[in-house]
Design a protein around this ligand. Sequence first.
Ligand SMILES: Cc1cc2nc3c(=O)[nH]c(=O)nc-3n(C[C@H](O)[C@H](O)[C@H](O)COP(=O)(O)OP(=O)(O)OC[C@H]3O[C@@H](n4cnc5c(N)ncnc54)[C@H](O)[C@@H]3O)c2cc1C
Length: 454
Amino acid sequence: MSVESAQNTTAPVATGRRRVVIVGSGFGGISAAKALADANVEITLISKTDTFLFVPMLYQVATGMIAEQEIAPTIGEVLGGQDNVRIVQAEVTDIDVDGKAVIATADEQESRYPYDEVIFAAGAGQSYFGNDHFAEFAPGMKTVEDALYLRSLIFDSFDRAEAAAAAGRMEDARKALTFVVVGAGPTGLELVGQLAEICHRTLVDSYQHIDTTQARILLVEGLGQVMPPFSEKLGRSAQRQLEELGVEVRLNSMATDVDAESITLTVKGQEPERIEADTKIWAAGVQAAGIGKIVADKAGAEADRAGRITVQDDLTLPGHPEIFFVGDMVAKVPGVAQNAMQTGTHAGETIARRTVGLDSTEPYEYHDKGSFAIIARGKGVGYIGADKKFELTRTPAWLMWLGIHLFYLPGLRNRAVALKSWVADATGAGSSKELEQVRDADAPDMRQVERGQA
Ligand SMILES: Cc1cc2nc3c(=O)[nH]c(=O)nc-3n(C[C@H](O)[C@H](O)[C@H](O)COP(=O)(O)OP(=O)(O)OC[C@H]3O[C@@H](n4cnc5c(N)ncnc54)[C@H](O)[C@@H]3O)c2cc1C
C-alpha cells in the first residue's frame, strides 16, 4: 500500500488489472476497499483526508472527552497493509464520464485518475435548508475540524462567562452560559447530553464566579418528537431523560434566525421568541457531498433536494454500470453508518464478481440490525432488529451503544482509550483536569482552521 498526494501522481502504471477508483475514506469507501481485498484489481482510494473518521464519536472530541486522533486512525492503519490499494490525499472535483476518469485537486494541481469502475463514497455535509448564512453563527459537526472548532467555542463560553461574572456583567455571563443545539437526532442528543454532564459534573469546581450547573441548555426540534426516526415511545423516553439532566426540549420549533448574539425560534401560530445565547450548534439536516450532483449531471442521473443520488437497485447509475454510489450520497436509504458499510461492501463485492467473469447485478438490500443513540452516562435509547420491536432505554441502551461503538472503532489502542474515557465518565473519575489536558493539547487557533463542508 502506498500513500501519495495528488500533485505528483499520474495515471496508475498499467498492470492489466482492473482499475477501481474509490472516492472517500469513510464507512462506505473503507468497506468497499476491504471487500476488494482479494480481488485482482488495482484500487486508488482518493480522499480529502488521510484518515478514517469514526464520526459517531465526534461529539466526544467536541466536548473535550477524548483527543481527535483517538477516533481518526490513518487509512493505512484501517486497511491493515492491504496491498492492492494506493491512497491519494486530494479532493475529487470533477469526472470525465466518457473518458472514464475522475479529476482530483491537491495543492491547486489537478490530476486525472482513470478507472474501469468508480465508487463514490464522499458522504454528506451540513444543510441549513437554504439559510447558509446561519453557518457563521451556528456551526455544524461533520468533520474533525468542526469538532475542534466547537470545542473551542464551548470552552471559550465558560471562560467568557467567568470573566463577565467577575466583572459584574451578569447578563453577559448568562448569555455565555446559554447553549442552543438545533436538531434532536443522534448528534443533537449526544451534544446536549454531554454538555449537561460537563455543566453538572465535570466543571462544577472549575470556576470561582459562575455556577456551571445554572447553564441553560436547549435542544430545538422542528418535528413533534425527539429522535424522529425512532418510535414515539422511545422519543418520549429520550425527552424525559434529557429533562432529568436539565435540558429544555423545544419541539415543533423552527430556528428562523441566528446571529452572533442570539437565536430566534418560531412555533407555528405563535410569536417568534429570541433567545440570547453565545453558543448555537447546528445538528439538523444533511446535504450530500457536492461531487455527487456534478457526477449526476454529467451522467444524466437524478439528485434529490439534499443532493443524494437516485441509483439503480445494484447502486450503479442508469446506463453507467461502471459508476457506483454508496453511503450517505444515496437517496432513499438511511443515512447511518451500517448502511454506508453495507452499500460499500455491496459495491466492492459486485466489482469483485465482475473480475471473475460473473457480471451479475445483484440488488442491494439494507439489513437494519438496530440503532442506538446515546444521551449521557446511563442514558440512551434504541432498538434491535429491523422490525424495531425490541426497544431499550437508559442504562441497557447506553451499554448497547458503548458495546457497538467499541466493536466498530478501529484499532486496539483507540478502543482502549475510548473505554478508559467511558469508565472515567461512568465512575465520575473523569476530572476537569483531564478535560483541560484534552482541550489544551494541540489546540490550534480555531479561527484559522478551515472547517469541513460537503
Ligand atoms: C456527528 C454525527 C454522529 C453520527 N452518529 C451516528 C451513529 O451513532 N450511528 C450511525 O449509524 N450513524 C451515525 N452518523 C451517521 C454516519 O456517520 C454516516 O451515515 C456515515 O459516516 C456515512 O458514511 P459515508 O462513507 O457515506 O460518508 P463519510 O463517513 O462522511 O465519509 C466521507 C468521506 O469522503 C471524503 N470526501 C468528501 N468529499 C470528497 C471529495 N470531493 N473528494 C475526496 N474525498 C471526499 C471525506 O473526507 C470522507 O473521508 C452520525 C453522523 C454524524 C455527523
